[in-house]
Write a protein that binds this ligand. Sequence first.
Ligand code: GKR
Ligand code: MG
Length: 441
Amino acid sequence: MNNLNSNFENRKAPKIREINITPIAVVDPPLLNAAGLHAPYALRTIVELITDDNISGISEIPGNISINAALETAKNLILGRDPFQLNAMRRVLEDYFGKETSAQRGDAPWDQRKLVHIFSSIEVACMDIIGKLTGLPVVDLLGGKLRDAVPFSAYLFYKYEGAGGELEFKTDPTATGWPAARQASALNPTEIVAQAKAMCKEFGFQSIKLKGGVFEPRVEVDSIFALRTAFGPDTPLRIDPNALWTVETSIKYGKEMEGYIEYLEDPTRGQKNMATVRKALNIPLATNMCTTSFEEIPDSISFGSEDIILSDHHFWGGLRSSMELTRICQTFGRGLSMHSNSHVGISLAAMVHLGAAIPDFKYALDTHYPWQSDEVIAGGRLKFKDGSVEVPKGPGLGVELDREALARLHQNYLKCGLTKRDDEIEMQKVVPGWKFKTVRW
Ligand code: GKR
Ligand code: MG
């Protein structure tokens, strides 16, 4: 028997011995969006799997008390399993939790399904373990690196002056983009330009996204024109009203922005409406709201809903599913980029591994990272150079938990009293009676 065969014969399968689920709260500015206002803390859940040989694998997902409870239940299904056996784990989770439909995603700009988050947290942590056991970075487990560094885009937000809890007093210089942003009187486009300049100067971003759906379209579209004047035609611009515009509004303002923006993200709600807007405009449409799961791909293709799918490994069920999506996008002529929500370094590292493996990389990825200053990874926050993040060195995700920071941010979670993201409630604290609407303009 040669060495390879004997290694195979003698292989002792690793087993997941321990699962730790730790909710954390990281400070977050009062960012405005279609659903209302960000709370002073963004919630994330850090998942750690430990094998019988003490190999630790980590992942991060959006924080939500009911997803955390489901994860607690899932523990029994995962403990004792071999982290390489991802297909079996997926099957057992599906059998237990039942199939989720796209309707369970909800109407908010972010995804509220449980199972996709659970898959993602287990899969990414297992990939981290597999990487450590094989001595390979996660990107190699996804088929290998096509680029050494992954470009991200500046992500601009209007803010609610005067909200923001502890952040009102926070002057952490690493929360870049914040100072200029704080002075922003939202209705004046020069303020959003100042925010963009601060963020691009600090991080080197070479494309810019504006979170819309907050003010009437005229205000937001004028901000895009102001950005174009300030940055010139070589800086790609995007705007994302999170589906709050009607078809008519989307076409009217979309026409104005033809030739000025790289893509228009979720102007309107639903695949059919998106398809109508897409036919009327000469601008690519992108989505993280109308085509958000594999089951929606057939309708996306037959209606022609979008040009670019903004994947998100937290919402598409993990990194390997996201790689499967890249092939579907290639087949049906769609571009692929990535969506984000407020996050820390474990999610960023996972996005970078995935971004480095995407075959047709045309659009800088979204990230909220410049808006956060807390971190749970050892060695502090990941660095951007010229708007890009280098693929972390080392096996697995290439980042490790800072256990002291994890404990501190968990205390934040316990103290802050938040259990899930609810931007409507936060908005009502400053604008009594404010209501989320699925379509506003
Ligand atoms: O952080 O307020 C926000 C965003 O609106 C986020 O929740 C969205 O999911 O960034 C996201 C998007 O592109 O739709
Ligand atoms: Mg979006």
